[in-house]
Design a protein around this ligand. Structure first.
Ligand code: NAD
Length: 437
């Protein structure tokens, strides 16, 4: 099959490389010229484990190419996947569909033959209808069919998630389009993966519902962590105990500083806004958004508490900036509000992250960035863990202790064993467990 992917970001690039790997002819399009130039040379615009090798192999095999020119890319294509961003609109928080609709207008103009247009971006219910309207409004003598095929990959393990997903959702009422998409996913690589055929609207909604549920799960365990601290429990034991119930499941029960990233914050907001437009109130989701929002600044207050109620003029060493491990993605990372709050309270913040510092610099200008996880702690009044990178789990805590001015370790990701931390001479502040501070 000949596939065009429009938008070569975290989703589009992974999808393009994986579809090429499974034997399709794939052209990835992006309107960012510098990105395309670099991709042609095999230079990745993002950090995603394994992606560079997959891209280079498929470039060399001639199955994958990159261009800015949609007209050239879409020529004789069987399907065009839209994988551009759908960020919250600054004015009102609704998902901003301007990038998706711009692509739809370009496709309407540039398609050369019958084309299945696939929405891989996360889009509000009804977007497929609007994309179809835009395509038809061009009055071309071309058969267009719009499918919703939401993506569930997680950054950091995106290739595995794409190749071995829990399910593939194909939202379409059109036999022809279903057939094309089924053929794209038919290669041996996807064998055994459940394929769920739904209406387009159900597929659109399903993606948001999945993310809202996961955000709710995280928020729930975060509140249980607060209760554990109040009553003297250990949230790790509680999470394990409830997770063994197969109706609940063990995943996504790690208490922490609140969810962030490029999906959960915007998708919970978007589904609650969509619901209101249909005169339905998703009270659970609205509460989750509110609780999560408050939590991030509360985490900064925890650092203040650890520092005897005052961080003015103190140096806080931050380990981890990305919204989670194994990505360089800083979008809506909890590290941003936590660091900003600490700065509001007068702290001097120094930070280290294995991959996200370049992206962080663009958001948090007044932070001192350091290229080593031990150097960041030099003379610090407290060390704060904000991302659960496995490299941080493996740090030599004695060595870290030898660098700080005051031995305070605030672990907002619960990655350390209390005994190891206290043995190294730190006072330990963590989440949903006994603090030794
Ligand atoms: P991204 O910002 O990393 O990538 C979007 C890309 O689209 C950018 O490179 C941008 O330059 C390009 N672009 C924008 N307008 C364009 C146009 N008119 N023509 C060509 N290229 C254009 O975004 P992302 O993280 O890949 O997310 C894309 C969509 O997938 C979003 O709707 C998101 O919610 C959804 N999604 C993301 C993830 C994730 O983990 N990142 C997971 C599942 C679903």
């Amino acid at each position: 099959m000949k596939i065009v992917i429009i938008g070569s970001g975290y989703v589009g690039l992974v999808a393009g490389a994986c579809f090429a790997e499974t034997g399709n002819e794939v052209v990835c399009v992006d309107n960012n010229e510098a990105k395309i130039e670099r991709l042609r040379k095999g230079i990745m615009p993002i950090y995603e484990p394994g992606l560079d090798v997959l891209v280079k192999t498929n470039l060399a095999a001639g199955r994958l190419s990159f261009t800015q020119d949609l007209s050239e890319a879409v020529r004789d294509a069987d399907a065009a996947f839209i994988a551009v961003g759908t960020p919250p609109r600054a004015t009102d928080g609704h998902a901003d569909m301007k990038y998706v609709y711009a692509v739809a207008r370009s496709l309407a103009e540039k398609a050369t033959g019958d084309l299945v247009v696939v929405n891989k971006s996360t889009v509000p219910v009804g977007t497929g209808d609007e994309v179809e309207r835009i395509l038809r409004a061009a009055g071309r003598d071309i058969r267009f069919s719009v499918v919703s095929n939401p993506e569930f990959l997680r950054e950091g393990v995106a290739i595995n998630d794409f190749m071995r997903p829990d399910r593939i959702v194909i939202g379409s009422e059109d036999e022809w389009a279903r057939e094309i998409i089924s053929r794209i996913y038919d290669a041996g690589a996807f064998e055994g993966v459940p394929i769920l055929q739904t209406s387009r609207r159900s597929a659109e909604l399903l993606k948001y519902a999945a993310n809202a549920f996961l955000a709710m799960k995280i928020t729930f365990i975060n509140e249980i962590a607060d209760l554990c601290e109040a009553v003297g429990g250990d949230v790790r034991d509680v999470a394990h105990g409830i997770g063994l119930d197969s109706r609940i499941g063990e995943k996504f029960l790690n208490a922490g500083p609140g969810y962030g990233g490029s999906c959960f914050p915007k998708d919970t907001l978007a589904i609650s806004k969509t619901a209101r437009d249909y005169r339905v109130q998703l009270r659970t989701v609205e509460t989750v958004i509110q609780v999560n929002e408050h939590r991030k600044r509360a985490m900064a207050l925890r650092v203040v508490d650890a520092c005897n109620g005052n961080v003015r003029g103190k140096t806080i060493a931050v380990l981890g900036l990305a919204f989670k491990a194994d990505t360089d993605d800083m979008r809506d990372s909890p590290a941003i509000p936590v660091i900003q709050a600490l700065q509001d309270f007068g702290a001097i913040v120094r930070a280290y992250d294995p991959e996200a510092m370049d992206n962080a610099r663009a958001i948090l200008g007044n932070v001192e960035y350091v290229n080593d996880p031990y150097d960041v702690a030099n003379g610090a009044d407290a060390v704060v863990v904000l991302t659960e990178w496995s490299a941080f789990r493996d740090l030599n805590l004695q060595k870290l202790r030898s660098r700080v001015r005051l031995p305070l370790l605030v672990d907002l990701r619960n990655i350390y064993d209390e005994e190891a931390v206290t043995e190294a001479g730190f006072e330990y502040w963590c989440i949903g467990r006994k603090n030794t501070g």
